[in-house]
Design a protein around this ligand. Sequence first.
Ligand SMILES: [Zn+2]
Length: 247
Amino acid sequence: MPLSKSEIERYQRQLLVDGWDQEKLKNSRVLVVGAGGLGGISATYLASAGVGHLRVCDSDTVELSNLNRQIVFTTEDIGRPKAYLLAKRLSAQNPEIEVETVSDRLTGANARELTAGFDLVVDGLDNHSDRLKLNRASVDFQIPYIYGAINEWLGQLSFFNPPKTACLACLMPGELPNQKPTPVFGALPGVIGSLQATLALRYLMTGENPLANTLLIFRADAMAFETVTYEKRPGCEVCGKTVRSGR
Ligand SMILES: [Zn+2]
């Protein structure tokens, strides 16, 4: 469907960006798993840019200790469900798009149902164990996966899209020690979540993946970006096997 008059006005400034394809964004479906520091930021920019359908998945409620970094929530939101609050905010920000919520954690049992029909999944999770589950679902159902993670002064970003690229389990196959609670200040997930949204928009409009088999590392203490390349692991227990029947 062509853009309406109000959409043309809303998106006026980005329509001026070289290579921008608003109709492609309008016809895109993105799943954001996690509505915290990373997911709240990436979902906000995806919504404001006009990604036509967003699904926000999070089973948590807002806590006071979230508010140093999860800036889409307010003190009044404490005790209320994050997915619902974020979706309400995104819909208010951009009523032109569809936003839906899922208040479940991603598990092996619900992965197919959660991911079916989506063009892309954006990782807003806060632990490696859940990321490995999301990775398995994205490989099984062939949905490109934008990875983001933060810890103290370090941010990381990559884009997995097997069989064209390696997957998360090729890069970091096992469980990682989980420092609880993770040391984090708000600006860093702001940076990484914004980069995830930028990468997502670029991919949805052009199909390009500049972070194929590449880990982008942001060292916030040194204000330095660096990249590390990695390879698909032939024996990877997730993407090394024949892809199971997906959608
Ligand atoms: Zn793999």
